[in-house]
Design a protein around this ligand. Sequence first.
Ligand SMILES: Cc1cc2nc3c(=O)[nH]c(=O)nc-3n(C[C@H](O)[C@H](O)[C@H](O)COP(=O)(O)OP(=O)(O)OC[C@H]3O[C@@H](n4cnc5c(N)ncnc54)[C@H](O)[C@@H]3O)c2cc1C
Length: 435
Amino acid sequence: MCIVGGGFTGLWTAIHLKQADPSLDVVLIEAGVCGGQGSGRNGGFVMTAWSKFGTLKKICGTQDARSYARTVQQAVSDIGSFCEVNGIDGNFHQGGWLWTATNRAQVDAWKYTVDELAAAGEHPYELLDPAEVAARSGSASHVAGIFEAAPATIHPGRLVRGLAEHARKLGVTVLEGTAMTELGGSPAPVVTTARGSIRADKVVLSISAWATAIAEIRRSLVVIASDVIATDPVPERLDAIGWGVGLSISDSRRLVNYYRTTDDGRVVFGKGGGGLALGSRITSSFNTSPDAAEQVRAQFTRTYPMLCDVPITRHWRGAVDYSATGLPFAGPLARQPQILVAAGFSGNGVGPSYVAGTALADMVLGREVGRLPESLRRPRGGRMPPEPVRYLAGRVVREAVRRKEAAEDLGRTPGRLLAGVASLDPTGFTDRGNS
Ligand SMILES: Cc1cc2nc3c(=O)[nH]c(=O)nc-3n(C[C@H](O)[C@H](O)[C@H](O)COP(=O)(O)OP(=O)(O)OC[C@H]3O[C@@H](n4cnc5c(N)ncnc54)[C@H](O)[C@@H]3O)c2cc1C
């Protein structure tokens, strides 16, 4: 059996497969190094799926939505336990998530989700008063918010490299620097690389944004850059403002700001919606962008003005695989069921990739797939326009969102046309609600 892609999705699939059947021959090929893309570059938020409950309910029905969201919540703890049991130093801290507003327009962005959850009898969030939000986040820029206890933070690079090492110990053949150049063969798939071919009874494609190369998937995903900066270590300054390790925070923009601290006292601050891929081609412009980093720095200093003098020592970016619904999918291709694909994590993949990996392993082994509802085994929610319309329209919509959110930061109400165009944005870190 062959897995293509050595991020969290591919590695969890490989590990779950070997745990279930140690005799299975599992080869994992990775074009670069394991974790070299999103899995090693992300913000390190290990989130649940409750913030997408409204969409989940529409797509899966209340029962499956609840069961999937509970499974992802359990996955957060399972990742922590896995690290502990297997001696992986992934800096796992289960300190919760603050979903906040950093201007008046964002207040109550969570109301839709909280109401949907309450109607289903679920209460994962605690409504905090504004003083408490400011105290926990370390900045009065946060004017409102709710808190969820289950999410965690990790050091993504340490975790993903730890998983790759663990997979090797379990007997998985991990071939880095080995790109799949062609996928053919029928009924048994054949994966071609520059070093030779692999014939396998089943192939799992855990290639995230690169899944847009698959005709059946192409119109279900849009690839957008996310940008991250990291500061110098300033543990005493973070102590002084009361921002502890393990708490992840985001605001309620469509071009979301997300931030956390690290074990050595840095701030890692990221921003979604950085740039689109023309024809879904992920070029070197998806590795770094000094201009985008400057925009992220401006958001950081707006949110934490008391840290504006702290040097920014690193910046990077990566490709995010947004689906039309903001929900991931994992399952067989309709045209060739021996090939399974998982993608669409939409900026929340660290926790859900654990669930996708377990489900893919069950599918490969022909077992009952308990953890992933039927509705999340294929892309849902309509098709993105073809290129170049997708790229051009995407740029217009993204610029409208940027201008709308800039106006809201200044306390202005954006014009109806601007708000209307901005509302066409299908991407988002949380459910749409009133935002
Ligand atoms: C900047 C950034 C910040 C993010 N922040 C968060 C966050 O804080 N929390 C969160 O939950 N999620 C976040 N995400 C998303 C998250 O990182 C991913 O959803 C998650 O890591 C799952 O990744 P994956 O394994 O599906 O994909 P990836 O980690 O992208 O792995 C796919 C792999 O496939 C390989 N590949 C592609 N094509 C081929 C080929 N032809 N042959 C061989 N290999 C190939 C790539 O090299 C890559 O290593 C972020 C993503 C980015 C880019």
